[in-house]
Design a protein around this ligand. Structure first.
Ligand SMILES: [Fe+2]
Ligand SMILES: [Fe+2]
Length: 314
């Protein structure tokens, strides 16, 4: 039997399960709760205390789980009584589960649909809750989850920037979805090549760059020929490392506003990981290093957003 991982934060206690829930324990999948049952608060808290972050479902239950999650997201995010903490963690859980599924099975339409829904939920949380971005950027991830965390950060911040720059609903949806899967091509990278993800861009040799930039082409080949992946998404993913100086992997010198937003925010978040600089220092460095790579007006708008969202306080 094939199993699909999901985040424990996307399953609420005291709600009837519409799928069998498994945990992975000592190399085995054990059925933890059956469909029709509910998880008690006590059981749920105990799992959290044991730092169990993931549940599993069988592939056959994927669509049942997705319906469960869609309803739960809609309810949670629109309920004024639910606090921001819970809204953020639910949207993050949905996004993390979706990205992880895409990494495991990039050709799966249901994983892709889950990603679209998760991106919409992230957008809803961020645009309706002033502190959401700060909460998301305040959390650190384990090294094994760093690419997933990076994808969430890029999704959250680029959607916010897109809103400020008055992008359309469709553009914001596309940016959010593309952000979640933009580094999907890295799943194919060897462990040694993956080390390049952690190397500051300035230190990459030409050979390093050639290897590292392959992930944009790999992502494109994983997604192309899929009827459900629109050309706009494909372009955004393929061009997320492009810069106006033409030094990106595809050597593009003209970018759409959406492409430039995604590239800029990706660049920023990646720097905080590779250069280990504070948000304020990262921004300072970018204002120097990236002149000519992004439109100056865009860089200044980005600076403003980081300020007003309180992301430079750390
Ligand atoms: Fe990338
Ligand atoms: Fe990235």
């Amino acid at each position: 039997m094939e199993f699909t991982p999901l985040r424990i934060t996307t399953v609420k206690p005291l709600r009837e399960l519409t799928f069998d829930l498994y945990i992975h324990f000592k190399e085995q999948y054990l059925c933890y709760a059956k469909r029709g049952e509910q998880l008690s608060e006590e059981k749920f808290l105990k799992l959290k205390a044991q730092k169990i972050a993931k549940f599993f479902i069988t592939e056959g239950d994927e669509s049942n789980y997705q319906k469960f999650l869609d309803a739960l997201l809609d309810e949670t995010l629109s309920n004024p009584k639910v606090d921001i903490e819970e809204k953020v963690s639910m949207a993050e859980g949905a996004a993390e589960s979706a990205v992880e599924r895409m990494q495991k099975d990039p050709g799966s339409e249901s994983a892709y649909r889950a990603t679209e829904k998760a991106a919409k939920s992230m957008r809803q949380v961020i645009l309706n809750n002033p502190d959401a971005l700060k909460k998301i950027f305040g959390k650190k991830a384990d090294k094994s989850e760093e690419v997933i965390k990076h994808s969430l950060n890029v999704c959250a911040l680029s959607v916010k920037l897109a809103e400020i720059l008055k992008c359309s609903e469709k553009e914001m949806d596309d940016i959010g979805t593309a952000a979640l899967i933009h580094d999907i091509g890295m799943t194919n990278m060897s462990k040694a090549d993956m080390e390049l993800f952690y190397k500051p861009k300035k230190l990459l040799s030409n050979d390093d760059k050639r290897v590292y930039y392959m992930h944009t082409k790999d992502a494109a080949s994983l997604l192309k020929d899929k009827a459900y992946v629109t050309p706009a998404i494909l372009e955004l993913v393929s061009n997320h490392e492009e810069v106006l100086s033409g030094l990106g992997p595809n050597k593009k010198k003209k970018l759409s506003l959406s492409e430039e937003i995604l590239s800029l925010v990706n660049n920023y978040d990646k720097r905080t990981i590779t250069n280990k600089t504070s948000p304020a220092q990262t921004l300072k460095d970018m204002m120097i290093d990236e002149l000519g790579n992004y439109d100056l007006k865009l860089l200044n708008e980005f600076k403003k957003v980081l300020h007003t969202e309180g992301l430079l306080l750390e």
